[in-house]
Design a binder for this molecule. Structure first.
Ligand code: GAL
Length: 857
């Protein structure tokens, strides 16, 4: 059973400090789930947290989908069988950079509906879905009181951010939400995040980059951090945000230092917005988030490893954190402070041979100075604290971890060209020594998407309809077609007066393309931007086609039901005289012909009239391409490199891998990042001047050995011959460990710290390197013990260097998946230079182990 008290969450009568890993099940495949959960557990997580995605589960009102990536029951059971707990955030509004914030688009069509306020039709629909999920979990016995993993739920999401927009009705809604949720009899606590007016029986929780000092609205409630943003999401044409590991560790340590008891990483694994699930507008297909597990499920180092060490350190303090009734605060300096957790506990929990009561004490020493290190005295001993860091002392004496001292390896991800799936060794050898095979295929077929009316599925009506009212979001695309008569007089008037007629629209989102007589004449991109797009007509009748596109529906804010897409306000043709285009007859056609015919699917792709593509025929706009390719060997995650393409969507074996768009990030604004000081999503960005996303994940389980069907719809023109299949792998690992670092925290256990048992003297810091599974260290590219300079991929020797460095590292590591080495003069055959603090820097290359590479031959 689960309960809560001031300092901690109580599960089965035991107070706990909980680390939670955010993973959204539909952003991975069921085949990936076990590995993601296992890596979260190994990284120190006690809990997995996920949202529930209403529009994935109920795409059509009353018709549910709990299959494949939407198999939430399977996901929850996997979490349970791994020995982890689950925090289920039902929402059902979830935000999450997910299409329409998780709302099904049909919800807009319920008569009289207003989202997220005291509105009867909305409340009815919301309650129906939340009850459906709670009942499902209960039937499957997934709540903790039934022996399942679910210890906590969430209703709504950050409603406090928008509550004021609804006045009194907002306040009434908050009360209704709480009563409704509690009335479902789930038997575990409910959370509302960012909800300062949450009712008595609902826990209000903090979301943010830093939540230390957060106080819930009652001291009967535990201190929860439901979203610690460990990175941020990316937008098409935006830079890539990165949150420094040291700063993230600082925020986590500060949270527990100041009384926190549950902290979730949003995201621990971000994954991929497959299909059209990406929210918006303009959020990219990757939801990597700079999370500890990258988009493909590989470890992001040093983030994953440094946090793992941090979690170990926090767990070493858990006995005193949960036993102490309050922390003792000690001011150590102007910007330095300690929190001490001291208590007497029964020794049973620690070591069954010792009986009676024992004193436990742990402390967190923080230096919140952004610039300078500080020397402080704590309980009679002196400590040096790096700037913007926390030292953790599980026995109030020895530092086992400091958030700013990273000893974990760094890993550099590479995209290797894949080996063809051939059983003929000579072909493989030829491949390895040549650049042949870099493109996914040498033979492509193509078919044009018609820029004209193509189906009976269209309709004609006077006026401009709102985009979503017509498409119901069944496609990104909506065609508006009309015919305009232009006289010779008009044309000469425009010429004589140097006037250019223009399509002029008050507001448009997300993308508009204008075609005159079948020719693309202009495009506009933006969120409710004004459009003034010059156009040229021929004398006589002209076909004017407007194509509006969505690129992920709005997922944040109040009044989402009113937001809509396409056009807003007046829509005119301006020139010598304004023509109100909304008075004309328009023919509407939803989506693309290729989408309608499902020519991306294995079953239907032959329906299109494909012809062979010759390199001379590219690039071309509004074109479909298809080819077949073999899956690469091995188990490394697979990506398609679509950097040669423009904008569109891609399918592999009928599975929609997502939207792609080669939008380039600004050339400026990326700067070297300093972990010190408060983080925000613009602080540490990379990728300036490059396309925001070029690799697109194709889950292994979607591939068969050979003859995989790849279908692409391209809008703006690209070169499919240059599309390549790549393997995402950790190609290079580096470590940098100094004599002054702490011995590995994993070498300790809680019992080491009982009643002053504290001999740490015989332990040295360690260097640890590890390649991904199935890979080995094939060579040591750099090794220097002494005063090495630079950073990974850029190391150089300093004045001090132990000659044995390279040979010792090669001996220890080469040919192995992982290796470690103690950092001391003795290990390196004596002190290479007295009087200075020495460090070891190593760079190693990881390659697939040969057994592994050819295992499938
Ligand atoms: C939060 C929200 C999450 C997600 C996050 C940004 O405000 O609750 O769902 O959108 O922002 O990634």
């Amino acid at each position: 059973m689960f309960n809560f008290c001031f300092w901690a969450i109580i599960i089965d009568g035991r107070r706990r400090m909980l680390i939670s890993a955010g993973i959204h099940y539909p952003r991975a495949t069921p085949q990936m789930w076990p590995d993601l959960i296992a890596k979260s557990k190994e990284g120190g997580a006690d809990v997995i947290q996920t949202y529930v995605f209403w529009n994935a589960h109920e795409p059509i009102r009353g018709q549910y989908n709990f299959e494949g990536r939407n198999d939430i029951v399977k996901f929850v059971k996997l979490v349970g069988s791994s020995g982890l707990y689950l925090h289920l955030r039902i929402g059902p509004y979830v935000c999450a950079e997910w299409n329409f914030g998780g709302f099904p688009v049909w919800l807009r069509d319920i008569p009289g509906i207003e989202f997220r306020t005291d509105n009867a039709p909305f409340k009815e629909e919301m309650q129906r879905f939340v009850k459906k999920i709670v009942d499902l979990m209960r039937e499957e016995k997934l709540f903790s009181w039934q022996g399942g993993p679910i210890i906590m739920l969430q209703i709504e999401n950050e409603y406090g951010n928008i509550e004021r927009s609804f006045g009194q009705r907002g306040k009434d809604y908050v009360k209704w939400v709480a009563n409704m949720a509690l009335g479902l009899g789930a038997g575990v606590p409910w959370v509302m995040c960012r909800q300062t007016d949450a009712s008595e029986n609902i826990i209000d929780a903090c979301n943010g980059y830093y939540c230390d000092g957060f106080k819930p609205n009652s001291n009967k409630k535990p201190i929860l951090l439901t979203e610690n943003w460990d990175g941020w999401f990316a937008t098409w044409g935006g830079r890539l945000p990165h949150r420094p590991t040291e700063d993230l560790a600082f925020a986590v340590a500060r949270f527990f230092q100041r009384g926190g008891s549950f902290m979730n990483y949003y995201m621990y694994f971000g994954g991929t917005n497959f299909g059209r699930t990406s929210g918006g507008p303009f959020y990219v297909t990757s939801y990597d988030y700079d999370a500890p597990l990258d988009e493909y499920g590989l470890l992001s180092q040093p983030k994953w490893g440094h946090l793992k060490d941090l979690h170990t350190a926090i767990k070493l303090c858990e006995p005193s954190l949960v036993a102490a009734d309050s922390a003792q605060y000690i001011k150590l300096g102007p910007k330095q402070e300690a929190h001490v957790y001291r208590a007497n506990i029964l020794s049973e929990g620690l070591n069954s041979t010792q009986v009676g009561s024992q004193s436990v004490c742990s402390a967190f020493l923080a230096n919140i100075d952004e610039h300078n290190a500080a020397s402080v005295t704590f309980l009679g001993q002196s400590y040096t604290l790096p700037p913007w860091s926390v030292s953790i002392l599980p026995n109030c004496r020895n530092t086992v971890f400091n958030t700013a001292k990273v000893t974990t390896q760094t890993s550099i991800k590479t995209a290797e060209f894949s080996l063809p799936h051939s059983r003929d060794l000579s072909i493989l050898q030829k491949f390895v020594t040549s650049s042949e095979g870099s493109s996914v295929s040498k033979s492509w077929m193509t078919v044009k998407e018609p820029i004209s009316l193509w189906s009976e599925n269209s309709f004609t009506i006077q006026g401009i309809l709102e985009h979503l009212n017509v498409t119901k979001d069944s496609s990104d695309y909506l065609w508006y077609m009309t015919r305009i008569y232009v006289s010779d007089d008009d044309i000469s008037f425009w010429k004589e007066n140097s006037i250019s007629p223009a399509v002029t629209i008050d507001g448009m989102r997300d993308v508009l393309r204008v075609f005159i007589n079948g020719q693309l004449t202009g495009s506009v991109i933006g969120g409710w931007v004004k459009v003034v797009l010059p156009v040229q007509f021929q004398p006589g009748y002209n076909d004017l086609m407007l194509l509006t596109q969505t690129v992920g529906l709005q997922n944040y804010g109040a009044f989402l039901e009113k937001d809509g897409a396409g056009f807003r306000g007046q829509i005119k043709l301006t020139g010598n005289r304004d023509i109100d285009l909304s008075k004309l007859l328009w023919t509407y056609q939803i989506g693309l012909k290729g989408e309608y015919q499902k020519i991306y699917s294995i079953e239907e792709n032959e329906k299109a009239e494909w012809t062979d593509l010759t390199p001379a025929a590219i690039p071309s706009t509004f074109t479909w391409y298809k080819t077949n390719f073999d899956a690469p060997l091995g188990v490394d995650p697979v990506a398609l490199d679509l950097s040669s393409m423009g904008k569109g969507q891609a399918w592999v074996n009928g599975k929609h891998i997502g939207r792609y768009w080669t939008q380039v990030a600004p050339t400026d604004g990326c700067r070297p990042c300093d972990y010190r000081g408060a983080y925000n999503s613009d602080k540490c960005t990379t990728n300036c001047g490059n396309a925001t996303q070029t690799w697109y994940h194709v889950p292994r389980s979607w591939l068969q050995e050979s003859h995989n069907l790849l279908v692409i719809f391209e809008e703006t023109g690209g070169n499919p011959f240059e599309i390549s299949v790549k393997l995402r792998t950790t190609g290079v690992v580096c470590a940098q460990v100094s004599e002054s670092h702490y011995p590995p925290v994993r070498n300790w256990s809680s019992s080491d710290f009982i009643d002053g048992k504290t001999s740490m003297n015989d332990m040295t810091p360690e260097m640890h390197l590890q390649c991904e599974d199935g890979h080995v260290i094939s060579s040591i590219e750099f090794a220097s013990y002494g005063s090495p300079q630079g950073s990974c991929q850029n190391f150089s020797r300093g004045n001090c260097h132990a000659p044995k460095s390279l040979s010792l590292l090669s001996e220890t590591c080469q040919g192995r998946n992982s290796c470690f080495l103690g950092i001391s003069n003795a290990v390196f055959g004596g002190d290479p230079c007295r009087g200075i603090v020495k460090a070891l820097a190593v760079q190693a290359r990881c390659t697939p182990s040969s057994n592994f590479r050819f295992a499938q031959l």
